[in-house]
Design a protein around this ligand. Sequence first.
Ligand SMILES: [Mg+2]
Length: 364
Amino acid sequence: MMQIMVPKSRITAIHVRFVVVAPQTTWAFVQLRTDGGVTGLGECSAAGSDATISDMVEAAARSLRHTLLDREAQSALSDLRRRWTPDRTWSVVLNAVELALDDAVCRLEGIPLHATIAPAVRTRVPLYANINRAARPRTPDAFAALARRACDEGYRGIKLAPFDGPIPVGRAPVHHGLELLRAVRSVVDPGTILMVDVHDRLTFEEVVRILPDLERLDVRWLEDAVPIAEPERLVDLARRTSIPLVGGETAGSVEEVRPALECGALAVLMPDVKVAGLRGAAAMARAAIAAGSAASLHNPTGPVGTLASVHLASALPTFTVLEYAYGEVAWRSRLTRPEESVEDASLGLPAGPGLGVDLVDGPA
Ligand SMILES: [Mg+2]
């Protein structure tokens, strides 16, 4: 955190609020309160089970309660990171607590969150629609309907993970997945960027075999087709196709993504602010840009994580497009005040300090 003078303010409570969105989606928001009345928000959705997240947020709260913003609280947080063995859920929960701390300190100072990274170079961030979580059931018609709606609302990029389960009985995942992609391509506007997340579900040979189909469908984003920790495979795949290769959502540090960036085969790096923390994701995005790759951000999450990503994206020297979990629930925008307002498939920076929003009570 930057060196700033803040009025003395002690943390009084940190807790997690779960918002059930869909059978496969629950958002987890970390809410921090201080004796001065200033609050802070973080998000650790999809970090683990609700019970595990609750236990970990409570453990963090025990250590940070009564600490002063912000140096004392940051030092307690650093102790927590050192004390526990590396664990993905723990790390994502602590990143959410850190985001809530940053949000609270920025509110005290009256500065926007992105100012802790760099001044904003853009005030709106373009989005693509990830329709994968909203398609229920996972049929060609359901995907096509969502894709068409997203197109009508102005989205120019549409992503799905067509090889995810459940796969209809008797069908091969590759055939079912290609059927979903063909259904989407048949209804979207010409020029729509079709984006495919393989989720590491296919073998290298299967990916290679379907490359001609993907190219015929004009797919222009191929995510997690091979693990980015295997640069030789990335290079091998990149030699076989013109489709840009994308990855990086599970990486926690620049060191983890360096081999993929140095091999030159990763067209787009997409770190996640929940997984790497705001500053970790910023460092990775900058490393990608310096290596000649493009920067995006992984963000299939709720409005708090999305807004943290918008702040980061606004402060990067170059940025491609931010993931947006499209169409899961109609009340999403009303969960924050001011409301999340997607316009022309982009999100703007709110005017207020910190993240710039509060969570409202209800509707979930
Ligand atoms: Mg992905």
